[in-house]
Write a protein that binds this ligand. Structure first.
Ligand SMILES: [Zn+2]
Length: 246
């Protein structure tokens, strides 16, 4: 967690961006007043952030993954290892995009190394855009987004299995876009959201990078204007997150 951590207080729940920087790590904690938690993505360092602020990892009910890039799943092995160490024995669930591979391979490696000593089940459910999922009293609706990988040596790759999530609880709507390009159909989910968490990785708008890989700050601010409040995250190195609205 950094001094830039962003917090939204809703009706019986709250959302906290533990940390987010593009190409480094993103993790967002959803806390219910009932004392349970959900995690949106689990980038490197999320275990450190959760434990250092006293989050009870016996009560983490679900991890919702947007896609398999390292800066969104890199902390998964640490989380599983910690929960094994503390003897967590209650179930939790991992939601992940249909055909995502990275988290599956991390979980497979973990359960292969510790075949007989993990005291909790790790149900993993691949989900598709438009499904409706109940996690306790929260209604979760994943939605498809366009997000391609991009590397220096390989340029822009093919679209990945990638989702955003709409969470509904006590009549409020929280939307997290994950990583997404402009070709994603975001508008129906974003409009009038109580909280929008949206990425803005690019310094310059336009081009194929913005259509298929990441949003610019300019575009993210345009989307943010249609929500009641927005956290603009996943900023490139050193640039602070931005808050929009009341
Ligand atoms: Zn990504």
């Amino acid at each position: 967690m950094t001094e830039n951590a962003q917090i939204w207080l809703g009706n019986g729940w709250s959302v906290q961006v533990l940390f987010s920087r593009g190409g480094l790590s993103t993790s967002i904690l959803v806390s219910l007043d009932s004392g349970t938690y959900l995690l949106l993505d689990c980038g490197d360092g999320c275990l450190r952030d959760l434990v250092s602020q006293g989050t009870d990892l016996h009560r983490l009910d679900a991890i919702l993954l947007t896609h398999g890039h390292f800066d969104h799943v890199g902390g998964l092995h640490s989380l599983l290892g910690y929960m094994r160490m503390i003897g967590r024995n209650t179930p939790f669930i991992i939601l992940t995009p249909h055909k995502a591979r990275e988290d599956k391979l991390i979980i497979d490696a973990f359960t292969t190394v510790y075949p007989d000593s993990v005291p909790f089940d790790i149900p993993r459910r691949e989900v598709k855009g438009g499904e409706e999922i109940k996690l306790g009293d929260i209604k979760v609706t994943p939605f498809d987004v366009i997000h391609c990988g991009s590397t220096k040596q390989g340029g822009i790759g093919e679209p990945l299995p990638a989702l955003g999530y709409l969470l509904q609880y006590h009549g409020e709507r929280v939307v997290y876009t994950g990583d997404c390009g402009l070709d994603s159909k975001l508008e129906p989910y974003i409009s009038e959201a109580d909280l929008l968490i949206i990425e803005a990785t690019l310094n310059e708008p336009g081009g194929e990078m913005e259509e298929r890989v990441h949003l610019s700050l300019e575009s993210a601010q345009r989307f943010a204007a249609s929500a009641k409040k927005a956290f603009i995250i996943h900023r490139p190195g050193g640039l602070p997150p931005v808050e929009v609205g009341g």
